[in-house]
Design a protein around this ligand. Structure first.
Ligand SMILES: Nc1ncnc2c1ncn2[C@@H]1O[C@H](COP(=O)(O)OP(=O)(O)OP(=O)(O)O)[C@@H](O)[C@H]1O
Ligand SMILES: [Mg+2]
Length: 402
C-alpha cells in the first residue's frame, strides 16, 4: 500500500497552511473589513483570470477575518443564475458557518426558524430550503434580513464578511446588478450601522457585464485585482509544501520548478504534484524536476487545453517543429522568420499548417504590436505548455532518456 500523501491540490483552493503571496491585497481588504467597524457597509470586487487564485484568496481571507471576530462566510455560486438560488445559498452558508461555531447556533437557528420556519439541523450540516414565497421576501428584504442577523450575532461578532465566489454566471442575469445596487443604496439610507463587507468574485470582464446592466453599480465597488505570483512566492510555496512531507529540494530542481510554473498557481500545483509522485528518495533532483515537467505537461494538456488543441500539438506531424521551437526559456511570442530559419524544407511546409492550426484553435494570435510575422500565445498557460512539450522532444534524445 502506498501511504504517500501529496500536499498539492491542483484544482482546489489552497489550504491555509500552504497559501502564499497576495500580501498587498490582503492588507487592503483587511483595511476595508476594519472600516466596517465604524458601521459602514463595504463592497469589494475581487477580480482575476481563471485559475489565478481568487477562491484560494477568499478562503484565506475567511480564515483571517474569522480570527478578527467576524462571522465570515464563503459562498460558492458557480453555475448559479437566479437571485432565488443566490440568496438561498447566502443564508444557508451563514447558517452553516454559525452552526460550526457553536455559540452562535442557538440564536441564529431561532432567527431562521422565525424567518422561514424550515430549518433542518442534522449534526454539523444545515440545509436551508425555505418555500418560494419566503425566498422572494428574503430577496426583497435582503438588507433587513442581513441586518437582523448582524444584530443577533452582535455580542460575539463585530460584523459579517461574505465572499460571493464566482458571480460569472449570475452577473449575466440582468436583475442581479439592479438587486445589488438597490441593496447598497437601501443600506446607506436606512442603516447608519451596517458592519458588513460583501466581496463578489469574478473574471475581470465581469465588471463590464455588470456595468452594462447597471451603469452605476461599478462605482460602489473597490476593485482588488490579483495576478501572477512572483517567483519568490512560488519558491516559498514549493519550500513549504515539500517541507511538510519531509522532502528536500535541490537548488537546481527548485529553479526548474519555479521557472516552469511562471507564476501561475495552477501550474505550480501541477508541477509539484507531478514531481512529488515520481520522487522515490525524498530528494528532488534536477532530473526529477525535468521528468516532472513532462508529467505535468501531460496533465495540463489533458485538463486545461481543448482536446483538439492537445491532439494537434502532440501529433507526430508537429514533433520536429516543437523541437525547433524549444529554447532555454519560455517564450511568450516568436517571429515566424526566425523559427523558419531553423527548419528544413519539409518542416517549413508543416510549419505553415502548424501556425494555421494554432491560430484556428486560439492558441496563438498575430502580435500586431510587434509587427508583421510576429505571433504570441494567447495566454501564459499555452506558452508554458508548448515549452514543456518542446522540452519533451528535446529531452527524449538527451541525457535523461538514454
Ligand atoms: N496563493 C496561493 N497559494 C498557494 N496555492 C494557490 C494560491 N492561489 C491559488 N492556488 C492554487 O491554484 C489553483 C487555482 O486556484 P483557485 O481555485 O483559487 O483559482 P480561481 O481564481 O478561484 O480559479 P477559477 O477562476 O477557476 O475559479 C488551486 O490549485 C489552488 O490551490
Ligand atoms: Mg474560483
Amino acid at each position: 500500500m502506498n501511504e504517500k500523501v501529496s500536499p498539492f491540490t491542483p484544482g482546489n483552493p489552497a489550504p491555509v497552511e500552504l497559501f502564499v503571496g497576495r500580501v498587498e491585497q490582503i492588507r487592503e481588504i483587511l483595511r476595508y473589513v476594519g472600516q466596517t467597524n465604524s458601521g459602514r457597509q463595504e463592497n469589494v470586487f475581487l477580480a482575476g483570470e481563471r485559475g489565478i487564485g481568487k477562491s484560494s484568496l477568499a478562503a484565506f481571507l475567511q480564515h483571517l477575518v474569522s480570527k478578527e471576530d467576524f462571522l465570515a462566510v464563503h459562498v460558492f455560486l458557480g453555475g448559479v443564475t437566479t437571485l432565488d438560488e443566490l440568496v438561498r445559498r447566502i443564508f444557508e452558508q451563514i447558517l452553516k458557518e454559525a452552526d460550526m461555531q457553536r455559540t452562535l447556533s442557538d440564536k441564529l437557528s431561532r432567527f431562521f426558524n422565525k424567518y422561514v420556519k424550515q430549518v433542518d439541523l442534522f449534526g454539523v450540516s444545515v440545509s436551508f430550503n425555505p418555500p418560494a414565497n419566503d425566498l422572494k421576501d428574503l430577496i426583497r428584504n435582503f438588507p433587513e434580513a442581513l441586518n437582523n442577523i448582524i444584530e443577533e450575532i452582535k455580542p460575539e461578532k463585530k460584523g459579517i464578511f461574505i465572499a460571493l465566489d464566482d458571480i460569472n454566471g449570475i452577473s449575466n442575469t440582468p436583475e442581479f446588478a439592479d438587486w445589488y445596487k438597490s441593496f447598497v443604496d437601501n443600506v446607506s439610507i436606512h442603516y447608519p450601522r451596517f458592519p458588513a463587507l460583501i466581496m463578489p468574485i469574478g473574471l475581470p470582464e465581469i465588471r463590464d457585464t455588470l456595468s452594462k446592466h447597471q451603469p452605476s453599480l461599478m462605482r460602489v465597488f473597490r476593485v482588488v485585482e490579483i495576478d501572477k505570483l512572483s517567483d519568490k512566492e512560488v519558491e516559498e510555496f514549493f519550500k513549504k509544501s515539500f517541507e511538510r512531507v519531509g522532502i528536500e529540494v535541490e537548488p537546481e530542481a527548485m529553479k526548474i520548478m519555479v521557472m516552469s510554473s511562471s507564476g501561475l498557481p495552477i501550474l505550480m500545483h501541477e508541477m509539484g504534484e507531478a514531481v512529488f509522485w515520481l520522487d522515490e528518495d525524498k530528494i528532488i533532483s534536477e532530473e526529477d524536476a525535468f521528468k516532472g515537467i513532462l508529467n505535468a505537461a501531460d496533465s495540463i494538456g489533458r485538463k486545461y487545453l481543448e482536446p483538439k488543441v492537445y491532439r494537434a500539438i502532440r501529433s507526430e506531424r508537429y514533433r520536429s517543429i516543437l523541437r525547433k521551437l524549444a529554447s532555454e526559456k519560455i517564450i511568450i511570442g516568436f517571429r515566424k522568420k526566425e523559427i523558419e530559419a531553423r527548419l528544413n524544407e519539409k518542416e517549413r511546409k508543416v510549419f505553415d499548417n502548424f501556425l494555421r492550426k494554432m491560430r484556428e484553435q486560439g492558441v496563438i494570435v498575430a502580435d500586431i504590436e510587434r509587427g508583421r510575422g510576429f505571433y504570441k500565445f494567447v495566454n501564459l498557460l499555452y506558452a508554458v505548455y508548448i515549452w514543456m512539450e518542446s522540452q519533451r522532444t528535446v529531452k527524449l534524445n538527451n541525457k535523461y532518456y538514454h
